[in-house]
Design a protein around this ligand. Structure first.
Ligand SMILES: [Zn+2]
Ligand SMILES: [Zn+2]
Length: 112
């Protein structure tokens, strides 16, 4: 995936999904700059992750460090922290389809 940079301040842009509009944006975390992502291919590549329910703490931790994953402002049940990365799990378990998986950025708690 090509990294995109903010035309205003040259920081890296991060994908951000507008759930109500079902539109993906690239947003700068340094300034207010937001632009539309070029294609749905980005959604496909970025939003889906191979996932098994036995995901270990190390893997979960790595995923929270992944700069291409979306960040939601949701509250973690375990530690109360306000941000978690989220993605659509993709695996061979049909029960997981259409679910959204969250991982707390602080304690790596995983929930759906
Ligand atoms: Zn910027
Ligand atoms: Zn937490």
């Amino acid at each position: 995936m090509n990294k995109e940079f903010c035309p205003e301040c040259n920081n890296m842009l991060y994908p951000k999904e507008d759930k109500t509009e079902k539109q993906l944006y690239m947003a700068c975390r340094n300034c207010e700059h937001v632009e539309e992502a070029m294609s749905n291919k980005v959604v496909e590549n970025v939003f889906h992750r191979e996932f098994t329910e036995e995901i270990d703490q190390e893997t979960a931790k790595d995923m929270t460090m992944d700069p291409t994953l979306f960040i939601a402002s949701v509250k973690c049940d375990r530690c109360g922290y306000g941000y978690a990365v989220y993605f659509e799990p993709k695996g061979n378990n049909p029960d997981l389809e259409l679910k959204i998986c969250y991982i707390c950025k602080k304690c790596y708690n995983i929930w759906m």
